[in-house]
Design a protein around this ligand. Structure first.
Ligand SMILES: Cc1cc2nc3c(=O)[nH]c(=O)nc-3n(C[C@H](O)[C@H](O)[C@H](O)COP(=O)(O)O)c2cc1C
Length: 389
């Protein structure tokens, strides 16, 4: 199964959903390295007065991210959104995604995100303006409609295709449903029947079987996975493997998970700086911890760490405790494998003074991560999962 967005041929049809506060550069890179076929960044305000803020800079284009770099913009004014698209393409975005799926109050009060779905003429104007402003492919993320009484997703999809949108992602709830109730895939199927452009089906895909069922039922070109990837950046890769081979790639061992988590934490300290990195890492640690077998032995201190050093130590301890209290064994050598980078430097007498930006004192454990990720790839029954770093 292949899927192309404009000139970009994706490795597989499994996308990581854009999630504000979650799908930052470190998480996107991790998911992609573990097999996600496509990733989309966090929504970015179109308002030009916000461009220079730290938040916008962090959410914007990062040229070190492999192509295609998909930047999602949110707004309500066609000219402003067209300008935002152009600005982001000039910065290096390969694909512009437009958010018409977010029900968050902050977005909807300003008549953006999914609030636009009941303004079909305005939707057309926005899409045409953005498509005409850039050479890059433009994609659209929507819900199935305004409300269960007005599921106008098919109309919106046709408008999108007519305006030159090159792919759609459809969350199987209406705007009014927010995140409540069951996802329905029937409207997604109707949308897939109505348009020829690729459609990603999205919403509550929590198992590999369910992903395969959704693809079959909706005839979508791909699936998009959001919350199920929290604390499990390998999940989109597992889905991709299942779709390709029919074999279920086992979840990484506890040892491998620890490697990924340490890698992820270091990447966050590097990206945000120590102070903010530690704060942002807390929610990811909660998600990782929430997927471990022995919830009863998790020490809540873990979620209150104030420094990278403490956080790395606590996380390492967390996995080793799980190891002691479960039958899952972390190889003994793992303790040697993990040594706090600062401590290692101190031992060598090369410790540097602490600075605000931890990237200057903490080195990501990139090497071990690479080999371990490869090992995960190798344990696939088909040995077919491509892990790119
Ligand atoms: C924390 C969070 C942040 C989100 N932020 C965005 C966003 O920035 N842009 C967007 O289009 N959708 C956003 N969404 C919606 C997701 O992309 C996705 O459509 C939704 O979570 C349903 O998929 P899931 O059931 O696989 O999580 C967000 C969802 C969550 C949970």
């Amino acid at each position: 199964m292949t899927i192309a967005i404009g000139p970009f041929m994706l490795d597989n049809p499994v996308a990581l959903a854009p999630m504000a506060g979650v799908t930052d550069l470190p998480f996107r890179k991790l998911c992609r390295s573990m097999g996600a076929g496509y990733v989309v960044g966090e929504m970015l305000a179109s308002d030009p007065s916000l461009r220079k803020t730290r938040k916008s800079r962090l959410r914007g284009v990062h040229l070190e991210e492999p192509s295609p770099r998909a930047v999602q913009i949110v707004g309500w004014d066609p000219a402003t959104m067209a300008d935002a698209a152009k600005y982001n393409v000039d910065q290096g975005a390969s694909i512009i995604d437009i958010n018409m799926g977010c029900p968050a109050k902050k977005v909807c009060q300003r008549y953006a995100g999914s609030a636009l779905l009941d303004q079909e003429r305005l939707v057309a104007k926005i899409l045409e303006a953005v498509v005409n402003a850039v050479d890059a492919p433009v994609t659209l993320k929507i819900r199935t409609g305004v409300s269960p009484q007005n599921r106008n997703g098919v109309n919106i999809a046709r408008i999108a295709e007519g305006a030159g949108i090159q792919a759609l992602a459809v969350h199987g709830r209406t705007r009014a449903c927010k995140y409540i109730g069951e996802v329905e895939y029937t409207t997604i199927r109707e949308i897939c029947n109505a348009v020829a452009i690729p459609v990603f089906a999205n919403g509550d895909i929590n198992t590999v079987d369910q992903a395969a069922w959704v693809l079959n039922h909706t005839k979508a070109s791909g699936v998009m996975i959001g919350r199920r990837a929290h604390g499990a950046p390998w999940f989109p890769g597992q889905v991709a493997s299942f779709i390709r081979t029919g074999n279920v790639l086992p979840a990484p061992t506890l040892e491998m998970q620890l490697e990924y988590v340490l890698h992820h934490l270091n990447a966050m300290y590097d990206f945000y700086g120590a102070e903010q990195g530690v704060r942002i890492a807390r929610k990811h640690i909660k998600w990782y911890a929430g997927r471990l077998p022995r919830q009863d032995i998790i020490n809540s201190e873990l979620f209150r760490c104030e420094t990278p050093e403490a956080q790395l130590d606590q996380v390492s301890e967390l996995y080793h405790q799980q190891d002691r209290f479960t039958k899952i064994r972390l190889p003994h050598c793992h303790r040697k494998l993990y040594e706090h980078p600062l401590r290692a430097r101190e031992k060598e007498g090369k410790a540097q003074p602490r600075t605000e930006n931890s990237s200057q004192v903490l080195t990501p454990i990139g090497k071990t991560d690479k080999s371990t990720l490869q090992a995960w790839s190798d344990q696939s029954p088909s040995k077919n999962v491509s892990v790119r770093l």
